[in-house]
Design a protein around this ligand. Structure first.
Ligand SMILES: Nc1ncnc2c1ncn2[C@@H]1O[C@H](COP(=O)(O)OP(=O)(O)O)[C@@H](O)[C@H]1O
Ligand SMILES: [Mg+2]
Length: 255
């Protein structure tokens, strides 16, 4: 599971101004749970996921993943997670099977287990038609499926996916979403970011609404509906942003 406590990350802009990309952010995610980090572009989603996957170091606060602190035991954290970053590159001249096998060996997974995992994931993600085709010839959606397999070939208990369906067609997106659902049933802890409220609604057990690096609210979609007294997903989002700004009037026009 994931335990995030008052995490902070600042960046210096070119003009010397400091921005708080993550600002005193706390939340938890449990085994068998899908948690969605939901926010507009620039809200701080990628920064949060990079902190948790130990790509970035926090300026303050800490996070504990499967009992390991991102500050004190980053190597152990890395073994406990699979991280799908938004900019995962794939070697164009290799096939998906070769790439996934290569990463499995990096994680010390045995060849037999790698074969079994590839076969299972390829069935679930509908990849059998292109497992042995060179990546250069694959579509964006196919490549995304390969990146997902690559990131979790070692069968980690925690899966961290940065906008896993962003820019994909509806069928590919649905396949990936049902794959994530299946992983939850296998007892994984899944944290994924999205700017699409509908997607968070469809699969997340819990939503963490992030804006300007801060946690605006958290809970199930039902809880957010009740609390905001709005039914429409966009209205719910705008309600919390306006509340954060100290406004009472809810207008969707700004967005
Ligand atoms: N390496 C960096 N250097 C400077 N600013 C950054 C860096 N990475 C992110 N930022 C800034 O931090 C904020 C949050 O960015 P990001 O985490 O990428 O948001 P999101 O993934 O929600 O779109 C943005 O204002 C962005 O410009
Ligand atoms: Mg991002």
């Amino acid at each position: 599971m994931i335990l995030v406590e008052r995490l902070c990350k600042n960046f210096l802009k070119k003009n010397g101004e400091e921005i708080k990309a993550i600002d005193e952010f706390s939340f938890t995610a449990d085994k068998g749970q899908i948690v969605s980090l939901l926010g507009v572009n620039g809200a701080g989603k990628t920064t949060m996921l990079r902190l948790l996957s130990t790509v970035l170091k926090p300026d303050a606060g800490d996070a504990v993943l499967e009992g390991h602190s991102i500050i004190k035991e980053p190597e152990k954290v890395r073994k406990s997670i699979g991280f799908l970053s938004g900019d995962t590159g794939l070697y164009g001249r290799l096939t998906p099977r070769e790439i996934i096998t290569y990463f499995g060996r990096l994680y010390d997974v045995t060849d037999n287990t790698i074969k079994r995992r590839i076969s299972e994931m390829a069935n679930l993600l509908d990849m059998n038609d292109f497992l042995d085709r060179k990546v250069d010839f694959l579509s964006t959606g196919m490549k995304q499926k390969v990146s997902i397999c690559r990131s979790i070939i070692h069968d980690p208990p925690i899966m961290i996916f940065d906008e896993p369906t962003s820019g994909l067609d509806i069928l590919t997106a649905r396949t990936i979403v049902s794959f994530i659902n299946r992983c939850r049933h296998d007892g994984k802890c899944i944290l994924f970011s999205t700017h699409i409220m509908r997607e968070a609604e469809r699969i997340a057990d819990k939503i963490e609404l992030i804006h300007q690096g801060k946690l605006l609210t958290e809970g199930s979609i039902d809880k957010l509906r009740e609390e905001s007294e709005h039914q429409d997903l966009d209205d719910i989002f705008v309600y919390y942003v306006n509340k954060f700004k100290g406004k009472t009037e809810v207008t969707a026009d700004e967005y």
